[in-house]
Design a protein around this ligand. Structure first.
Ligand code: AMP
Length: 114
């Protein structure tokens, strides 16, 4: 999508601190980190929200979680633990409308989240 910032990161038009990439997903550090380790895992395909995922896209979600698992090891947060979050639409706190998985770690997480 032309005016999607995450599509521009995926295509390399906008720089990002990339920590993982393959043919289907790319992951980069969040510009405004909420934890010592905070990365975003996105599909290369533009899908606006979780609501917009079609059944055939569900394999992408698996790839996103697979990437998150690998990045957690890479970041040294796997054993201590970490949190994965997908915000959906306004009430869910989504601000960038290209599906993304937040991977947060390096500190104690609290529950319930705000
Ligand atoms: P959400 O509020 O769930 O849509 O999360 C969007 C996230 O994208 C926020 O945590 C932002 O800090 C992050 N973000 C926005 N623009 C960029 C960017 N250019 N590079 C890295 N992270 C970004």
């Amino acid at each position: 999508m032309q005016d999607c910032i995450f599509c521009k990161i995926a295509s390399g038009d906008i720089p990002a601190d990339t920590v993982f990439e393959d043919d289907h997903v790319i992951a980069f550090r969040d510009l405004n980190p909420q934890a010592p380790s905070h990365t975003l895992v996105i599909p290369r395909k533009h899908i606006a929200t979780l609501n917009d995922m079609q059944p055939e896209d569900e394999v992408i979600l698996g790839r996103m979680y697979g990437a998150a698992r690998a990045i957690a090891v890479q970041e040294g947060i796997a054993d201590a633990g970490y949190r994965t979050v997908v915000n959906c639409n306004e009430a869910g706190g989504q601000s960038v409308f290209h599906v993304h998985l937040h991977l947060l770690g390096g500190r104690m997480m609290h529950w319930p989240p705000g």
